[in-house]
Design a binder for this molecule. Structure first.
Ligand code: ARG
Length: 470
């Protein structure tokens, strides 16, 4: 059967050894154009730098290099303005740009791919893109941190129950609770910055897997493209997606934190807790129950955590069985990481607004902090200070709590006489340490919830946020 030669626009750059055109279904199945178009800027900027490297390597003449750069700049503008649409049949972004270049420059454009592979290109594009996204995400995290500090500052007097096992444990400042999330976000920033450092390695010059034959100034290319290092091994360079996984893992950790926060906000907004009120602007109603006000934003943040975890698992699973070096499986990395980025960005932006617009029900918080014997530990510590071993003190106070429970009374209202029935070591000052206020004031240690410590922490956090180079 005579082979039908491939011709026209859909002719592949690699079609030389093929006798038949690729099936339409196979073209559609393999194409990444619909999503890798997102990397067009990085791809073209990279090609411009590569053209200059080819000039230095004497593969291109000055005139050829100029012509290529001019055409690439026009393509960059064209795609940006929506005037150039990519062709799905051309497989991916890189092939599209090359085809457009050849359309504009003829044989000159055909020289650009000397010593370069799409394997190098796609990794370089993704690294450039993720480096940029790190700065964007870190900026959004900082905005959210700043919103937390605003709430912490304006509610500095508010005392609430601190919980363990979701049971009332000890009184804490609401601001202290909020600053706990500030700290989580600090660690998240570090994770993103470290993912950015992993991405900051230039693979270009690997030429598919073995390294290029041409005198490509890899270090010069790195400098021009804003990379601080070049890859040390060409095979690793083209088959490494650790930097994508690191970014996806940073996204997963961030979402884990925001999901925990969401869970608390959802509980706090319930009638049962009644600690906070979401603004009408950031809540939804029910299509059937007229009275409902639902915390859908926080719920969706919690829900979206699932897809971000999923993306990390997708990436790890894609990579787990791959022999060196590049394999097409790796094309599947992009949708996963793009989805994580889009999700994290939208979540951070809305979460900041959610935090700013939420009102605190300070009365309800303090009422709750005063009910449930939350200062029992302080009472035990009183005895410890009067030389009662802690285990003894714990037992004595346990009995006092049982007594209070029976007589439906809070610790705060016990008289000295009542206390003395449980231990002779209680003095007149014991009754004064049983309020929520004196309990928080007593936690006067770095990292503790004493108001002076929390104020200090807010100040320090503000300063760090301002001077933080990230
Ligand atoms: N579209 C491919 C990807 O995203 C680019 C690299 C393809 N390389 C290849 N030899 N087919 O991974």
């Amino acid at each position: 059967m005579a082979a039908k030669r491939v011709s026209g626009k859909s002719k592949k750059a690699w079609s030389g050894r093929f006798q038949q055109a690729m099936a339409k279904s196979a073209e559609e199945f393999t194409s990444s154009v619909n999503y890798d178009v997102r990397l067009y800027k990085q791809d073209i900027v990279q090609s411009i730098a590569y053209a200059r490297a080819l000039l230095k390597a004497k593969i291109l003449t000055g005139a050829e290099c100029k012509k290529i750069i001019k055409a690439l700049e026009a393509i960059l503008k064209g795609i940006g303005a929506g005037k150039i649409k990519l062709d799905l049949r051309l497989e991916d972004l890189h092939m599209n740009v090359e085809a457009l270049l050849i359309e504009k420059t003829g044989d000159v454009g055909k020289k650009l791919h000397s010593g370069r592979s799409r394997n190098d290109q796609v990794s370089t594009d993704l690294r450039m893109y993720l480096k940029y996204e790190v700065t964007e995400v870190v900026m959004l995290i900082k905005k959210l941190q700043s919103a937390l500090l605003d709430q912490a500052e304006s509610n500095i007097k508010v005392i609430m129950p601190g919980y363990t096992h979701l049971q009332r444990a000890q009184p804490v400042l609401l601001s202290h609770h909020l600053l706990a999330y500030f700290e989580m976000l600090e660690r998240d920033k570090k994770r993103f910055l470290s993912a950015g450092e992993e991405a900051d390695v230039l693979p270009l010059g690997s030429a598919a897997l073995a390294g290029t034959n041409f005198k490509i100034d890899r270090q010069g290319l790195a400098t021009e493209l804003g990379f601080s290092k070049i890859s040390a091994n060409s095979m690793d360079a083209v088959s490494d997606r650790d930097f994508v996984i690191d970014f996806a893992a940073a996204c997963a950790s961030l979402m884990m934190h925001l999901s925990r926060f969401s869970e608390e906000l959802i509980i706090w907004s319930s009638w049962e807790f009644d600690y906070i009120k979401f603004s009408d602007q950031f809540a939804t109603g029910s299509s059937i129950m007229p009275q409902k006000k639902n915390p859908d934003i926080a719920e969706l943040v919690r829900g979206k955590t699932g897809r971000v975890y999923g993306n990390l698992l997708t990436l790890l699973t894609i990579m787990k069985g791959l022999p060196l070096a590049y394999n097409r499986d790796m094309q599947e990395d992009k949708e996963a990481i793009f989805d994580s980025i889009d999700t994290v960005r939208s979540v951070l932006a809305i979460f900041e607004q959610l935090i700013i617009s939420t009102t605190i029900n300070a009365d309800q918080m303090i009422r709750s902090a005063k009910k449930g014997y939350l200062t029992a530990t302080d009472l035990a510590y009183y005895l410890v200070r009067h030389d009662v071993p802690f285990r003894e003190a714990h037992k004595i106070v346990g009995k006092i709590v049982a007594y209070c429970e029976e007589s439906n009374m809070e610790l705060e209202y016990l008289s000295l006489k009542q206390l003395k029935e449980f231990s002779k070591d209680f003095g007149y000052d014991a009754t004064r340490i049983l309020s929520a206020e004196s309990s928080v004031a007593g936690k006067d240690v770095p990292g503790g919830t004493a108001p002076s410590r929390v104020k200090e922490a807010i100040k320090r956090a503000r300063k760090n946020l301002l001077h933080d180079k990230a």
